[in-house]
Structures are given as C-alpha cells and as structure tokens.
Design a protein around this ligand. Structure first.
Ligand code: UTP
Length: 293
C-alpha cells in the first residue's frame, strides 16, 4: 500500500500559545531556525510522500507563501555572491512544482472536520495525516517508521503512532487499548477512546499526531457528530472505522515534542538546538549561565 499523499491540518486557532498566534499561524512558529511546518514537510518527504495537502484557514496565507519560490530573495542572494549556503537551504526546503495543494477549512470545527476538508484532493487511496505542532526528533522520522510498519501489514489497514504517557495524565489524551502484539514495536489496536475519565483508560498509550488512514474515514467524518470540546474529533471517526477495518499501533523511536504548548515549544527549541552540531556548545554555555544565575 503505497502512501503518496499527506494531509497537514493547519487551520486551528492555536489558542494555547496566544498572543504569538494572534496574527501569525502557529505552524509558522520557529524551532531553532525553521518553522514547524517545514519540519513536518521534511519528515513527510523523507517518508516518500509525493503530494502535500495543507488544510488552511483565515490568516494562514503565509504558509502558502513559505512553500513558494521567492524570486526577489533568490535574485538578491545570488547578486551578493557570498550567500551560497543560504541559496542551497532555500532550494533544499522547496517542494517540487505542483506537489502541493491548499484547501480551506472555513471554520475551525475540529481536527476531524479539517481532515474531511481534504477528501476530494486525497481521493480514494490511503493517506497520511501529520499534525505540525507535534515534532518527533529522530532519524528516520516518525512517519517513515509508520510507513515501514504499514508496508509489513496487509491492505486496508490503518496505522497510528502511539507514545506512553504517565497514568495520571491519560484523561488529557486519545488513548488506545493494546491487543495482539506483532513483535517489534507494533500491536493490534483494541479500542480507542478520546480523553477517558480518570481511572478508565485501557492503557497509557496515547494517540499522537501521525496517522495512516484508509479513505473510508471520509464517509464516516461526513456525518461525525461533535465530540470532546464541541469539536468534530478524528479519534471518534477512527473508532467508527475500527468497526470494519483493522488499526495497528506503532511505538515509534524518538522524542515527541508538543510545540503547541508554551513549555513544549521551549523544550523543543532546546532539544533541536542541542541536536545541532553548529549550535550545541554555544547553547550549552548559555543554559549553564542561566542555570547558575
Ligand atoms: P490543535 O488542537 O493542537 O490546534 O490541533 P489548535 O486548535 O490550533 O490549538 P489550541 O488547542 O487552540 O492551542 C492540531 C492541528 O490541527 C489543526 C491545527 O491547526 C493544528 O495544526 N486544526 C485543529 C485544524 O486544522 N482545524 C481545527 O478545527 C482544529
């Protein structure tokens, strides 16, 4: 099952990191020197994705600009003569011509609704969903690990990336039950529940922001009622799909960062900064300075 398309829902309001997101999309917040959306684009491209579908909303136009070619910038950098590295970075980060699509979610009704907005562009084939505010620091990336796992399974399966969370925090997440283990880091999902009341979670494995889904999810999303938080939840539609199709969980390698929260955003900057050979020593010295203050 070749996964060619990835959907990036980017139409949310990013209320947890206001006021940063008042006029700027959360997905353009910068970790070290790249916007979040570029990290997840790179992760998807590394995983073999060929078509990148962005579900945008009001105030998100700059995301489309980010993936466009900036002639003025290219020309100015070339004229300066000493900006070869910068020119290479811009070329490297650029999607191939025609490899992106942008559609709109006209109101932020929830993640499930945002994914549904991509139905016509995805069409009748399995696809990935990648949430840009969750970054996983690892090579190979989280989506590449999931696609590798999916390739070992049969047709018509769905794959979710899961991560262990403390038992007293399960009520804040979508949680899945664990069925038969397939060996390695994979297991059959035995039920999913969005934000289970304290003490009722079937496991402490949370559903994270990477999914491989079959296109039948769209007809379920079409009539999906609002769920937790008054939003149309993707997890609720996946629970519906699990009645007729299998779901597998992948406990991926790598550290996940929730960049949509202030603490997670700061932590991600430190983690990604420390992973950079050109920045590590300077950053370590700066942190030491502030810790000793
Ligand atoms: P989040 O719930 O993390 O984003 O959704 P949010 O709603 O923007 O943020 P908070 O909770 O108010 O701080 C994960 C991803 O799904 C997108 C968001 O843009 C984010 O990238 N999303 C969410 C949509 O595209 N549409 C929605 O209706 C909700």
């Amino acid at each position: 099952m070749k996964i060619r398309k990835a959907v990036f829902p980017v139409a949310g309001l990013g209320t947890r990191v206001l006021p940063a997101t008042k006029a700027m999309p959360k997905e353009m917040l910068t970790i070290v020197d790249k916007p979040l959306i570029q990290y997840v684009f790179d992760e998807a491209r590394e995983a073999g994705i060929e078509h990148f579908i962005f579900v945008t909303g009001r105030n998100k136009g700059v995301i489309e600009d980010h993936f466009d070619r900036m002639f003025e910038l290219d020309t100015t950098l070339a004229a300066r003569g000493n900006k070869k590295a910068e020119i290479e970075i811009l070329a490297r980060d650029q999607p191939a011509a025609g490899a992106t699509s942008f559609t709109r979610q006209q109101a932020p009704l929830g993640l499930g609704h945002a994914v549904w907005c991509a139905r016509d562009i995805v069409g009748n084939e399995p696809f990935a969903v990648v949430l840009p505010d969750e970054l996983v620091l690892n090579t190979p990336g989280c989506l590449a690990q999931m696609i590798e796992a999916a390739n070992k399974l049969g047709e018509k399966t769905n794959v979710i990336a899961v991560e262990e969370v403390p038992a007293d925090m399960t009520h804040q997440y979508g949680i899945c039950g664990v069925g038969k283990r397939l060996g390695g880091n994979m297991f059959e999902v035995d039920g999913m529940v969005e934000k289970p009341p304290k003490g009722t979670a079937p496991s402490n494995l949370s559903i994270t922001g990477r999914y491989i889904l079959q296109p039948e999810i769209f007809s379920i999303l079409e009539t999906q009622e609002r769920g937790a938080g008054g939003e149309i939840q993707l997890t609720d539609a996946m629970i519906g799909l699990a009645r007729t199709q299998s779901f597998y969980g992948v406990e991926f390698e790598g550290e996940r960062h929730d960049c949509g929260s202030k603490a997670g955003f700061l932590r991600a900057n430190i983690a990604f900064g420390m992973a950079r050979a050109d920045l590590r020593d300077g950053l370590r010295a700066e942190m030491k300075h502030y810790l000793e203050k």
